[in-house]
Structure formats: C-alpha cells, structure tokens
Design a protein around this ligand. Structure first.
Ligand SMILES: Nc1ncnc2c1ncn2[C@@H]1O[C@H](COP(=O)(O)OP(=O)(O)OP(=O)(O)O)[C@@H](O)[C@H]1O
Ligand SMILES: [Mg+2]
Length: 312
C-alpha cells in the first residue's frame, strides 16, 4: 500500500471540505480522482502532501504517518499543483534545476537527471528558452517535469491538462502511462472523464468532501447497469419540465444541463413515447438513447456534469 487516507475530516471555518474522506492506493496503480468544482479534490491532495493540517482521521504514505513534517514522505512524492508554479524569467533548464535543488539534489545529480526528464516531458529542444516564451502546453509539461526531477515513487497530478492544446494533452497522458509502466504510482485528478477513462486503472468519484464511489471503469458502470439513458435536447429546458419527467413512474432520475434532459430509466423500459409526450410543447433539437459510460455514472451519482461546470 502506497497511500491510505482514512476517515479524514478537514474544515475551513464553516466549510466541511473533507467529510470522512477515504482513499487507498496500491503500488503501480493509476488512480483517477473525479469530482465537480469544490468537491474537495485539491484539499485531499494537499492533506496527502502534508501541506494542510487535518481535523480528524489518519493519512499514511509509504506506511508512515503523514504529520506534515516527515521528510522521507516529501522526498518520495512529486506534486503537480493545479496552478502552474514556474519562474517565467528563467529558462526551462534553470526551473528544473531549481525545483530539483529544493529536494536536496546536487549539481551532478541534477545534470544526470535533466536529460531523462526533458525526454519524458518532450522539451529537449526548448530547455534553453525562457519560460515566458513557452506555450501553455509547454508550461504544463515543464511544471510536471519539475516534480519528476527527484524521481518520486508517487506522482500526484492535480488537473494537469486544463486549458492546453490537444497535442500537449495527448503527450501528458502518454507520459503518465509510461511513468506508471516504469513503476511510478499515480494519482490523477481531472475534470475530463475521457482522460480518466483512458488511463486510470481505478477511479474514485468525489462529491461534497466524500468519496461516493470507487472501482475500475467496469465496476463503476456495473453499479448503474441496467439503467439506460434517454437524452433529449430542447431549445429551452425548464426545471418544471424536469420535474414532470421525474414524476413519470418509470423514470429514476432526470438531470437538466445546457438545455439537455438526461433521463435515467431502468434497463430497457420503452418509455420514449411518454417522454416525448411530456415534452410535446417544447421545441426539440435532438434525441439520443444510449448505454452507460463513466460520465453517466458520474451524473447519476452526483447529479452534476463535470465539463459544464468547468466552462463557467
Ligand atoms: N484555503 C481555504 N480556505 C477556505 N476554504 C477553502 C480553502 N481551500 C478550499 N476551500 C473550500 O473547500 C472546498 C473544497 O475545495 P477544493 O479546492 O478542495 O475543491 P476541488 O475539488 O479541488 O475543486 P476544483 O475542481 O475547483 O479545483 C470548497 O468549498 C472550497 O471553497
Ligand atoms: Mg482543485
């Protein structure tokens, strides 16, 4: 076991940011952490790093208690923060060297490791340039590189692909997969469900400071198996119509988001006619029926859509 978070409580004044939070990670896993804005993901990661005192519960990393002072834990974790932390007026190489020095690496060790890290993040040709001339995607990659210099056993990434170009995103995902193959344990937080679907060996879904579901993709989907989805897009959705749909006997759940009603119906019950009748006075744009995926698991469990919230 690389990491264990047990029944952790963290309050910020009246906000309960972590409400009996549980998480465990085994060596070699890529654990995905999904949750809407304010779910408590960053708080959970900061608590794991020992950067925040917790109010209750226990966190152990590499079998040792995280009390915020344990240098051995710190030395073996790489933490890629949600906000990019780089020195814009310094070159990529100097940034990598600076962050490595914070981990006590000397010049020889830094020089030896620099080439490997530059290759992992694909910035070999750009390391001499000042960071202020980098694109957003290059900065993200360098930011990840800075947390890899000390060759951590556990790498924690907090939304590392927000707002970057598709090539950089693909590059980062492949690099993360490759690091895991080489033996690094990974915790990967993202708003992009398809990223988590693509790389995570196991996923936690977090909401209101609490893990509400955990499992492999297949296990999570199995939790809502039997449920089918009818998605109806209209010109102008309304809460009143959502309630009318929910009142239909066969309907389990209805989420209205961006003028789309997502209607959850237990396996195969043919109620499309009833749905259309209920919405007959609405101007329809499209209708879809489909089998569940991770996004549906998320929606069903939290009643929230990840991506729309991030765009707000
Ligand atoms: N330093 C702080 N002081 C007060 N409240 C905080 C602090 N940090 C976080 N919170 C609150 O704790 C809750 C969890 O926040 P957190 O940043 O962990 O969420 P998140 O899941 O990382 O969200 P996002 O997806 O937006 O990054 C939120 O209600 C937030 O406002
Ligand atoms: Mg966050």
């Amino acid at each position: 076991m690389v990491l264990s978070v047990q029944e952790v409580i963290k309050r910020f004044h009246t906000t309960l940011a972590l409400d009996c939070c549980n998480l465990s990670v085994q060596k070699g896993e890529i654990v995905g952490l999904l949750g809407p804005n304010g779910a408590g993901k960053t708080t959970c990661l900061r608590a794991i790093m020992g950067l925040l005192p917790i109010d209750d519960g226990l966190i152990t990393v590499f079998g040792q208690k995280q009390d915020g002072k344990n240098k051995e834990i710190r030395r073996n974790i790489g933490y890629v923060t949600q906000e990019i932390t780089l020195y814009e007026d310094m070159s990529g190489r100097d940034n990598l060297a600076f962050f490595a020095s914070l981990y006590g690496m000397d010049r020889t060790q830094i020089a030896k490791r620099m080439g490997d890290v530059a290759e992992i993040i694909g910035l070999q040709a750009k390391l001499g340039q000042k960071v202020k001339h980098y694109s957003g995607g290059m900065k993200r990659r360098l930011n990840i590189g800075c947390s890899l210099m000390h060759n951590p056993q556990l790498l924690i990434l907090d939304e590392p692909t927000v707002g970057i170009d598709p090539q950089s995103r693909t590059f980062i995902l492949q690099a993360v997969k490759h690091l895991a193959e080489e033996g690094t344990t990974i915790i990967y937080t993202s708003h992009y469900i398809e990223e988590v679907e693509a790389i995570a060996t196991r996923t936690y879904i977090m909401d209101n400071g609490h893990m509400i579901a955990e499992g492999t993709l297949a296990e999570l989907i199995a939790r809502i198996q039997g449920d089918h989805f009818i998605e109806v897009e209209v010109r102008l959705g309304s809460e009143e119509k959502r309630k009318q749909l929910l009142a239909l006997e066969e309907v389990k759940e209805v989420v209205l988001s961006a003028n789309r009603y997502r209607i959850v119906v237990p396996g195969g019950i043919p109620i499309l006619d009833k749905v259309l009748l209920t919405l007959s006075d609405q101007s329809l744009v499209s209708i879809n029926t489909k089998q569940p995926n991770l996004e549906d698991v998320f929606l069903t469990l939290t009643g929230k859509q990840l991506r729309d919230e991030v765009q707000l």
